[in-house]
Design a protein around this ligand. Structure first.
Ligand code: GLV
Ligand code: MN
Ligand code: MN
Length: 421
């Protein structure tokens, strides 16, 4: 087996404590735990605030410096020899889907913290500091636009543009952010933006490939592009028992025609296009009133930007035509182009995996991640580990302890290499 990973990086990987990592992961899963074993930990909610408080306590217990920025991204620093050097960053998110699992995002944050512990245990001092980050609102499950924290840090978005976003629960992001920041008044403030040397994120694959191939590790080659749009269809409410069919403006029927037209637009014999209507709200939502309004979401993904752009341009006219005589408005919320990761980062992760004895393959990510925005600031890369049946965004999401440990080993060794061990 090729073993050109330097000795310190091998030691860092080998010092990862799988049981300590698993205990942290299972502890984090208690914040927002659902009776079915899943997690409901919406961004900036009470459960998120409690999870953050626990993480801050854990970091402080390990003598790590904790800070927070205006977007409530949480930063945990392990000092390097050169205090002025740009840091190497590792992390992910702690918010979950409404009916989410214990690993999506959580693994990346807990494994990054474990990697710092491994470096300590192995007695390794790196040249550069290493920052662990827990990004704010990656999922977009409560507030409509995901990757809030990483997009602000990257400079792609202004925080002020998000503050008015209203959550599914009617709370504005600005208020929830304020409450979250106020819950940790003593924390040092980090600038909204700063330079970084590299970014590495460990995540469950959220798809079936690694499990099918009996592999523990993938070095991620990049992330496919995504387009999110909000659609509003306006009809006219009236009595369901009396209004003649011919004169109705039924928003549900219009939305049904629009979604059927979108399915035709998105048809793909090669099964590369991903198209989802995941949220569908009806007003007034009564069995005996013709629906007045419908709001639904579009999540459309593809690795090819030209195809994404061409089909996205056709969405609004197609919905308008299909929805008539109702009217329709279409608002973009999250547009991220396909992002390849630099070859050097992919190679660093492969070298770390092979140097620790983990067979590794390359794999593109169908899901988006904060790494997409981090890649705008510095070289970014990702490590994937398998999850059972490729299932994610579901309470049954599961990754074996051994797979989490393998991912953390590769993460720790990659961080040691990048930070100059
Ligand atoms: C991230 O959660 C995604 O939807 O890809
Ligand atoms: Mn995630
Ligand atoms: Mn997710």
């Amino acid at each position: 087996m090729a073993r050109d990973l330097n000795t310190a990086a091998v030691k860092a990987g080998e010092a990862v404590d799988g049981e300590r990592l698993w205990a942290s992961l299972m502890h984090l899963a208690q914040f927002g735990a659902r009776p079915d074993g899943g997690v409901e930990r919406h961004a900036l909610s009470g459960a998120d605030i409690a999870a953050r408080a626990w993480l801050i306590g854990e970091a402080e217990r390990r003598d790590l410096a904790v800070s927070v920025d205006d977007a409530a991204n949480l930063w945990i620093r392990r000092a390097g020899r050169d205090g002025d050097a740009d840091p190497v960053i590792a992390g992910s998110h702690m918010d979950s889907q409404p009916a989410g699992g214990r690993f999506d995002g959580a693994l990346g944050v807990m494994a990054a913290l474990e990697a710092l512990g491994a470096l300590d245990d192995a007695g390794i001092v790196t040249e550069r500091p290493i920052d662990v980050v827990a990004w704010t609102n990656e999922e977009g499950g409560r507030f409509d636009r995901g990757c809030t924290g990483s997009s602000v840090w990257s400079g792609a978005m202004e925080l002020e543009d998000y503050l008015g976003d209203t959550g599914a629960d009617g709370v504005r992001l600005g208020e929830a952010l304020k409450a979250t920041l106020e819950a940790t008044p003593g924390l040092a403030r980090r600038p909204r933006r700063f330079a970084a040397h590299a970014y590495v994120e460990l995540h469950i694959e959220q798809g079936p490939v690694l499990e099918a191939e009996h592999l523990e590790i993938a070095a991620v080659t990049g992330i496919q592009g995504v387009r999110w749009l909000n659609v509003e269809i306006a009809g006219h409410g009236s009595h369901a028992g009396t209004t003649p069919m011919a004169v109705r403006r039924d928003a549900v029927q219009a939305a049904h025609r629009a979604i059927a037209a979108l399915n035709d637009l998105m048809a793909d014999p090669d099964d590369v296009v991903r198209f989802t209507v995941g949220r569908f709200n009806v007003t007034p939502n009564s069995p005996n009133t013709v629906p007045e309004r419908v709001a639904f979401t579009i999540d459309f993904r593809h690795p090819d930007k030209a195809l994404l752009d061409q089909r996205t341009a056709r969405i609004a006219p197609l919905i308008a035509a299909a929805a008539s005589p109702c009217t329709a408005s279409v608002t973009p919320t999250l547009f991220m182009d396909p992002t390849p990761f630099p070859e050097a980062m992919i190679a660093t992760i492969e070298t770390a995996a092979r140097g620790l004895g983990h067979p590794v393959r390359r794999l593109a990510s169908g899901a988006f991640h904060d790494a997409l925005y981090a890649a705008l600031v510095c070289p970014a890369g990702m490590v994937f580990v398998p999850c059972r049946a490729g299932l994610s965004h579901h309470p049954d999401e599961w990754s074996e302890p051994g797979h989490c440990r393998a991912g953390a080993r590769v993460l720790a060794a990659s961080l040691a290499s990048l930070a100059g061990a």
